[in-house]
Write a protein that binds this ligand. Sequence first.
Ligand code: GLY
Length: 254
Amino acid sequence: MLFAITRDVSPAIGNCELTHMARETIDLHRARLQHRQYEQRLKEAGCQLIQLTADPDLPDSVFVEDTAIVLDEIGIITRPGVESRRAETDSVAQALTPYRRLVYIRAPGTLDGGDVLRVGNSLYVGRSARSNTDGIDQLRRLVSPNGYSVVPVDLRDCLHLKSAVTQVAEDMLLVNRHWVDARVFSSMRLVEVHESEPFAANALRIVDTVIYPDAFIRTRDRLEAQDLNVCTVDASELAKAEGGVTCCSLIFPV
Ligand code: GLY
């Protein structure tokens, strides 16, 4: 069985962190409707939801992905790279406690889950403004006893590694080559985002379904040309908060 942790959109979402985007007004009502549609897609893809309540003091807390990395053997509770997001981890750790032994990234390390792309037993980790060398080294020490390797990856012009690359099939990644050097993923087949859609590399694969923003029609054509089962959502409001479809859930088998 697959579980998905989600969290309702904070009424303070308008005060979210932004790194590479200009601030735009976010319609909270619309963001919540879109988030419910996203949760429905998770259910249709086979997930049982664990829904956490919104927190008015934590603007970015809908982006639960950044607070933990859930492997089959352990859960790693992160230490997000911006101070405003650190308290988000408490409720996620509580929700994960029945399902995984938890270990923690400690100061001075920082790590955002959005920087961690798992492909088999490899954890590719973005060296970003959010995830520092100490955090990446701690992650390596925590996961290596379970047979995982940690591969640091440089980024440019984007927030997280998974802004630039995500997995869409067992042997296939979706990538924006302007934001990450794709040579590090040479063992995989690569689909490139369309030139006109730089934010299109963030897709959420659940078994044989790819949940994907409906805004990126040209890149979607490329995914469908690979015979992938693409299921779209309107994610336009949270996109203004620099969030993509992977950011809004933590998915793990039980
Ligand atoms: N607004 C998403 C983030 O900066 O973490």
